[in-house]
Design a protein around this ligand. Sequence first.
Ligand code: ARG
Length: 291
Amino acid sequence: MKKVMAILMALLLTAAMLLSFGACTGKEAEKVKVLTEYELTAESYAFAVAKGNTELKNAANDLLAELKENGKFDEILSSYFDGTATFTYENTVSAIPKGNDRDKYLVVATNAFFPPFEYYEGNKLSGIDIELASLLAEKLDKTLYVADMEFDSVITSVTSGESDIGMAGMTVNAERLEKVDFTDEYYESAQVLITLESDETFKDVKSADDIVAILKEQSKSFIVGTQNGTTGYMYSNGDESFGYDGFTNLTTNGYTAGALAVQDLVNGKVNAVIIDKQPAIMIAKSFNEDK
Ligand code: ARG
C-alpha cells in the first residue's frame, strides 16, 4: 500500500511539474509573425524641415545624392538590414541647446523606437536616420543633437524651430506637406501586419486585399495596435488626407512605440499590429529571439 501511494505521489508530482513547466513554456513560446509579403500601403520616407528652409533641405538633398552616387547609401542601409552596422551616437549635451550655442548644433527630431531607422543600442543611439543625421551635421560643420520624443511631436518640434529637421522614418503625406517641407524621398516602405504565430485568422490570405477583407469582417472586439501619430494608425483608424477610410468596424489602439503594441500582442491584449515593414521585421525578430 505504501509503495502504491509513493508511486502515486511521484506521478502526481511529475504531472504538476509538467503542467507548470508547460504553462510557462507555453507562454514563452508565443512567437509573432510578420506578413511581410502583403504590403497594405505604399509609402516613401523623407526628412522634414520647416517650410521655406531651403538651405537645410538642399544640404540634406545634396548629402543624399552624394551618398547614393558613391554607393555609401546602400552600404549604410544594408549594414542595418543584415545586422553588421556598428555606428552609434551619444549626445554631447543633455538637452536641446539654447541661446548663443544653438547655432553650433544640428538638432534632429526623432522617435528612437523604430529600428532599424532609429533605436537605442544600450544608452547610445543608432540607426539609419541617426547615421545619416551625423553625416549631415558633419557636412554642415555642426554638432549633432538628437532630440528623442514621441513620434507625434516630431513635426511640431520642426515647425516651432525647436528642432532643425525631422529624421524619423517619416512618410511623406498631404497632411504633413501642409506643415513642413520634405527633402527628396530616400526609402520606400509599406504598412504590414504582425500577428501571433499561432493565429490562424489570416492563414489563407494570398494578397493584401485578402487581409483587408478579413479586417473588414472583424468586430470592435478585434484590436489593432499601432504607433500614435503614424501612417499605420491613420491606415487602421482612417485618415482623409492619407486617403484611407480605415477599419471603423474594429478597434484601433495607439501606443507610444511599435514594440509596446507587439508586447500587448504577445500578452493577448491586441489581435494584430500594423506598422512599417522593416521595423516590423526587426521588432518581431527581437521578440522571437527572446523566447
Ligand atoms: N512611417 C510612419 C509614419 O511616418 C511611421 C514612422 C515612425 N517613426 C518613428 N521614428 N517612430 O507615420
